[in-house]
Design a protein around this ligand. Structure first.
Ligand SMILES: C[S@@+](CC[C@H](N)C(=O)[O-])C[C@H]1O[C@@H](n2cnc3c(N)ncnc32)[C@H](O)[C@@H]1O
Length: 469
């Protein structure tokens, strides 16, 4: 572990440093400090932890095992925030709402270490108190010390027993607290999956996902890519490779740098491929991706249709994301349009259309540590309206006999079955049994839509429904 560095208090311009108020110089562990600072960026600037942390690590020259520890503490404390806050609330004489937010950031990182790592409690307490003294002064460091010492009196399981609702009376509330999810998200998973599997589904959100790669069709095979990267061919996607979790930055891999492979969850590969599978009679050369940014699925579909001599039109509303699609599809027969997918101004008559609609992202919580606490149930209504409108637009843009695939990275029923049922009722479009187009993928439920799950398939929780127009 990095040596603890001595960081003196900043001298005041007006007065000499007040040695009496802070008699000991403050030792601050830089590894824990970046974790606290990243939590602050997430809270104050709505930053994404996985984008805010790496530049801080670089700036402070934190690498190797220290960087791994900083990442674990940052992502772990972001994910577990609800549980950590409940414990801090139990251990504090003042409510969380009255606590200095900077102090709360530090306490979250401290309590995370106590409850969910093997770091000895005394070390977690001492290093957190140092950070609080460094950032907030001696007065609050005493308060932090008291809270943390109380938190260390019980282990995680004992705290859950004390704080969470009784499992028999409120199983969803209990499991939500135990696995640090907002209750509405745990309820959404339970509605889609049933209570029996809820615990596995919530626990899977706390595991670090393996990185998946897509071998670009026509450039490199999955076997070749696996051999070069040291990964394993993916279990279900013929283009997929799974790398070991924590195998380093996939952006550094040569095939990724050269554009032969991209980072893409295997679930995203499978739903894209499913749209290409149902047979259609007549032409099959004009494809459309109606919500394409940043271009993962457009890259795979574009490569496949280019090999067949066809074209892909890719629509994306946000200009900077449309640029990312252009980059992701360079060299392919893909035309990118910056437009609203609800009225993109394109000639109808497409043979296959993918709608990978904006969604809550509840299916990818493993990848975005803070997302579960940022999303609100109130977001859902607006999103399902947009999802319905985009799906109806896709159906209108598809020729009779053509195929539409509706995809969201969420298992939340209003965004999945709810949107599908509503659009089928309004348009009379025929829904296909999507399970037939996920060959060799087990445990796909009762159909006709397909819901993938991290705990069952090792993929994001992608949903896919297929239609024939
Ligand atoms: C789930 S993401 C698509 C991911 C993409 N298919 C991929 O695999 O990389 C949804 C995208 O839809 C875009 N979007 C949102 N509203 C839109 C609209 N009305 N028309 C077209 N695109 C829209 C968002 O900016 C976002 O890039």
């Amino acid at each position: 572990m990095t040596e603890r560095r001595r960081r003196p208090n900043r001298p005041s311009k007006a007065r000499p440093p007040q040695r009496k108020a802070n008699p000991r110089p403050v030792d601050v562990d830089p590894v824990r400090l970046v974790a606290v600072e990243t939590l602050r960026a997430v809270r104050e600037r709505d930053a994404y932890a996985n984008l805010a942390l790496p530049p801080l690590l670089q700036q402070r020259r934190i690498s190797g095992r220290d960087a791994a520890l900083a990442t674990e503490l940052t992502y772990g404390a972001c994910r577990a925030q609800g549980l950590l806050d409940a414990v801090i609330g139990e251990c504090s004489t003042r409510p969380l709402s009255e606590m200095d937010p900077k102090l709360l950031d530090a306490l979250r990182v401290g309590v995370y270490q106590i409850l969910r790592t093997r770091i000895p409690a005394h070390a977690a307490v001492a290093s957190t108190v140092d950070i609080v003294r460094f950032e907030n002064g001696s007065k609050l460091s005493g308060f932090a010390n008291a809270v943390l010492r109380r938190a260390a009196e019980k282990d995680e399981q004992q705290w859950v027993e004390q704080i969470a609702p009784d499992r028999a009376e409120d199983p969803v509330g209990h499991l939500a607290m135990k696995h640090a999810h907002p209750k509405w998200i745990a309820q959404a998973f339970a509605d889609a999956l049933g209570l029996d599997e809820l615990e596995d589904a919530l626990a899977a959100d706390d595991t670090r996902p393996a990185v998946h790669l897509t071998a670009r069709p026509g450039e490199i095979s999955a076997d070749e890519l696996a051999a070069i990267t040291g990964g394993d061919p993916a279990p279900y996607s013929p283009y997929g490779v799974r790398l070991e979790a924590g195998a380093g930055d996939p952006g550094d891999l040569e095939p990724v740098q050269e554009g032969f492979a991209v980072v893409q969850d295997e679930g995203s590969q499978l739903v894209s491929l499913a749209v290409t599978k149902p047979e259609i009679s007549g032409s099959d050369l004009r494809w459309l991706d109606l919500c394409a940014g940043p271009g993962g699925k457009a890259g795979l579909l574009g490569a496949l249709v280019t090999l067949d001599g066809g074209t892909l039109d890719a629509v994306e509303q946000a200009p900077h994301r449309a640029d990312l699609v252009r980059k992701a599809t360079e060299g392919l027969s893909v035309t990118v349009h910056t437009a609203d997918g609800r009225s993109p101004g394109l000639e109808p008559g497409f043979d296959r259309v993918l709608v990978d609609a904006p969604c809550t992202g509840l299916g990818a919580l493993r990848r975005r540590p803070e997302a579960r606490w940022r999303r609100q149930p109130g977001d859902v209504g607006e999103l399902t309206k947009l999802q319905r409108e985009l799906l109806i637009s896709a159906i209108e843009l598809t020729r009779p006999g053509g195929i539409v695939g509706y995809v969201v990275c969420s298992p939340h029923l209003p965004e999945t079955e709810g949107v599908v049922a509503d659009v089928v009722r309004r348009t009379g479009v025929t829904q296909l049994d999507a399970r037939e187009h996920f060959p060799d993928v087990p445990d796909l439920g009762d159909g006709p839509g397909v819901q993938l799950w991290p705990h069952k398939h090792g993929t994001d929780a992608m949903f896919c429904a297929l239609f024939r127009v």
